[in-house]
Design a protein around this ligand. Structure first.
Ligand code: SAM
Length: 275
């Protein structure tokens, strides 16, 4: 087994989600619902089965429950993410049908033996240690005519630098991480100043992005290792080879910032073949 696929070589994503989950309130839930609606489109998730791969805090599985999913399976490799998702779902949506499982995307086809109307994997497959294989394992979980909705980091000239930084940060001491975050935030503030954006307003409005929180996302960005990235044309080529057609995508335009590219979002439909 490739060592990068093992949880021991990963950033402690689950610890960050556990801390973030204490901030989940009505506002964040509403923004997560909006984010899901935007990506899934009119077909939505109502009455459909929903697989969340790399569920993190569980917030987006909960949003799918609110939007009327008939069955939810939330999965993650990290035990802390799984425990946090269980806690979040129990706290907010106890009487709905859901399962939370600790399983790697690489083992899903063998473990679950079923496919889903909607497979959702936001900001996950580039952190698995083998992104292309992870995309194809996740794609295999989609039912014919089903939707595969995911987000991946955009490839930029700075990716090699960030991969090295993340490898270091994910194993650094808490103090070193704290210093790295302070430097990053300072540079980010400077970037806002130079480009005429208001840092405080940006941070205050950050939750509009799927209910997320700026400082937890800084920690996740600086530490998110393993790290890979991909361009929209590469995604399209791969998904077409896997038998999907593009439904919609939200990709960034313009120059990529040296401080981070952010994720492009994609929704692809699995083409059903007549037998
Ligand atoms: C950046 S977080 C995204 C969480 C969530 N999808 C969201 O949008 O808030 C990435 C998540 O992917 C999980 N992950 C990493 N490798 C994985 C794998 N091989 N299988 C399943 N989940 C994995 C991490 O543990 C982490 O919870």
């Amino acid at each position: 087994m490739n060592d990068l696929k093992a949880v021991e070589s990963h950033f402690k994503f689950g610890e960050n989600w556990s801390s973030y989950s204490n901030l989940i309130d009505e506002d964040r839930i509403e923004n997560s619902v909006k984010g899901l609606q935007k990506l899934l489109g009119d077909g939505g998730v109502s009455g459909k089965s929903f697989l969340d791969i790399g569920c993190g805090s569980g917030l987006h599985s909960f949003a799918a429950l609110l939007l009327g999913a008939k069955e939810i399976v939330a999965t993650d490799l990290d035990a802390d993410s799984v425990a946090t998702t269980e806690k979040v779902l129990a706290k907010h949506g106890a009487n709905k049908p859901y399962r939370v499982m600790q399983v790697s995307v690489f083992d899903l086809p063998d473990k679950l033996q079923q496919t889903f109307d909607v497979v959702y994997s936001w900001g996950v497959l580039h952190h698995t240690g083998a992104m292309v294989e992870a995309i194809s394992k996740a794609a295999a979980m989609v039912s014919p005519n089903g939707l595969f909705a995911f987000a991946l980091y955009r490839k930029t000239p700075y990716c090699g630098l960030w991969r090295a930084e993340k490898k270091w940060y994910s194993k650094a001491s808490l103090r070193q991480q704290e210093i790295a975050r302070a430097i990053y935030v300072m540079l980010f503030r400077l970037g806002c100043f130079v480009t005429g954006r208001r840092f405080k307003q940006y941070v205050a409005e950050y939750k509009k992005m799927r209910g997320m929180e700026f400082l937890h996302d800084v920690h996740d960005w600086l530490g998110g290792y393993p790290y890979e990235s991909i361009s929209p044309p590469q995604v399209d080529q791969l998904l077409r080879q896997l038998g999907f057609s593009l439904e919609r995508r939200f990709v960034r335009s313009g120059l990529m910032s040296v401080l981070g590219s952010g994720c492009d979002e994609y929704a692809y439909k699995k083409i059903a073949h007549d037998t």
